[in-house]
Design a binder for this molecule. Structure first.
Ligand code: AMP
Length: 480
């Protein structure tokens, strides 16, 4: 399949040619023609699957087609032309609310910026299309200036958008397309009321596209409430299953063991750039400092940093000046840097879904990647939960000179029992820890091709589970 065969406007095909994409990804193949036909979409796809283009290309196509009609009917003025004409007449209207045609809601600032950057690329030859990000952490005057240009496309995080809506700076009465990107994540972050409010402010006639890792539970019911006769697209491609990412667990005895092992792994010759995930912002700072002293070009990224500092760090990462990014979950979502060859879980994530997002920072656009979790023995249960969520076994690796005092096997046995997995369980094969009688201290050169069901999407087996939060509390918002 080619991009031409998807029926896209020539201005968009030209921009795609510049990006170097040759064939549409699985999600683009299915979503683009359906969206061009005007269908609402519910798409289960993971980060790295090419989902941004899946919703942005058809939207830009629609705008390009409308611009042509506008050209034929030369007397019709765009809202911006009307504003200019009013100014020329000497009318001095007070602030006019921005009236975007498309709104993309994202859970984090980083993802919003990434979507905006991708949109700029895809719309390089589109006339009358301007995309701007409306984000928490950005100074209000700057945002007012962006909104005063009446952009066609707004990419926003829900909280800040609500602020502007309530102060009358944005009017959604002309909105044609609404996209919810990583909808499950937005709900996890507690944005449900904001989303409902935003959706209620948009016209019933809009086209709605919702992208989410899962459509179970609350996301599923919201998705069905806000869409009309949606086409459901479920992508179980390699990006979803992360087949191009080798995963490993290393057991560690204590913090000093963990730090020594991390330093050793960061010296791997195949490592180009890495992200090290920590549970807290403080740890991110401390570890980045320690790694800098040890001679790694490291930097921290977390929610306590000002947006400007976050952007500068991300730019340095993109330019390769930062080799090791030490980050918390929320700050690192949506990072798309091809040079990231390794992801390290210095601490395991709180939610199994976060594990999938974390390891998705490597192996971007079909490249290979390595994801290593440094786990103390008491956390084996959490590894099992991740395995159940991803339906993949994560092989245990041991490096000579860094062996844990407790063997990995000993550490894992109770976890398997507790999680209901039995020896000989169909899902354990070959060189995995499950049914091997060999000692645990072996190095796995390849990840297991553990059989798994094709779930992970709508109504599939990817039900949400959490850990590390005994009270079942929602995540803390401290790191937004
Ligand atoms: P996304 O899932 O939208 O974050 O995209 C993940 C990565 O895939 C980004 O680096 C995109 O630039 C890249 N990408 C998107 N579509 C294609 C395509 N058709 N061919 C190659 N790379 C792509």
């Amino acid at each position: 399949m080619t991009f031409e065969s998807l029926g896209l406007h020539t201005s968009i095909l030209r921009a795609i040619a510049d990006t170097g994409y040759t064939t549409p990804t699985a999600v683009q193949e299915q979503a683009v023609p359906a969206a061009i036909a005007g269908r609402d979409l519910l798409v289960s796809s993971q980060t790295g699957s090419g989902k941004t283009a899946a919703f942005m290309l058809p939207a830009l196509h629609k705008f390009a087609a409308a611009a042509e009609v506008m050209d034929v009917n030369a007397s019709a003025k765009t809202p911006n032309q009307e504003r200019q004409a009013a100014r020329a007449r000497g009318d001095r209207p007070r602030f006019q609310a921005a009236k975007p045609k498309m709104l993309v809601l994202t859970p984090t600032r980083e993802l919003a910026l990434q979507v905006t950057t991708a949109t700029d690329k895809y719309s390089a030859y589109s006339r009358r299309v301007k995309a701007v990000s409306i984000l928490g952490g950005m100074p209000y005057p700057k945002q007012m200036q962006l909104l005063s240009r009446n952009p066609e496309i707004l990419v926003a995080t829900p909280g800040r958008l609500i602020d502007h809506m309530e102060s009358g700076k944005i009017d959604f009465s002309e909105l044609e397309i609404l996209v919810l990107d990583e909808a499950d994540r937005m709900l996890d972050m507690g944005f449900i009321d904001d989303i409902e409010k935003i959706v209620a402010a948009t016209p019933e006639t809009r086209q709605t596209m919702l992208f989410s890792a899962t459509l179970d539970g609350v996301v599923g019911s919201m998705a069905r409430r806000i869409t009309k006769d949606p086409m459901v697209i479920q992508i179980a491609g390699s990006a979803t299953k992360h087949e191009n990412i080798q995963q490993k667990v290393h057991f560690v005895d204590d913090l000093s063991h963990k730090n020594r092992l991390l330093d050793h792994l960061l010296r791997d010759e195949s490592l180009d750039q890495a992200v090290v995930f920590t549970a807290t912002k403080r740890d991110a700072d401390t570890i980045a400092d320690r790694l800098n002293i040890a001679g790694f070009a490291a930097a921290a990224l977390h929610g306590d940093m000002h947006q400007g500092a976050r952007n500068r760090t991300l730019d340095s990462l993109r330019r390769g000046q930062v080799r090791v990014l030490v980050a918390t979950d929320v700050a690192a979502r949506g990072i798309d840097v091809p040079g990231i060859t390794h992801v390290f879980n210095y601490d395991l994530p709180k939610f199994p879904e976060d594990y999938v997002h974390r390891i998705g920072r490597t192996g971007r656009a079909g490249r290979k990647g390595l994801a290593v979790s440094l786990v103390n023995h008491a956390e084996s249960m959490n590894v099992k939960r991740i395995e159940r969520f991803t339906k993949q076994l994560i092989p245990v690796d041991v490096i000579e000179g860094f062996e844990p005092k407790k063997t990995a096997m000993a550490a894992r046995a109770p976890a398997r029992k507790a999680s209901g997995w039995k020896p000989g369980d169909k899902r354990t094969t070959g060189n995995s820890f499950g049914n091997s009688s060999k000692p645990a201290q072996r190095s796995f050169s390849k990840p297991n091709a553990a059989p798994r069901s094709e779930g992970g999407g709508f109504g599939g087996g990817a039900a949400k589970s959490r850990f590390g939060d005994a009270n079942g509390n929602r995540r803390s918002f401290g790191d937004r």
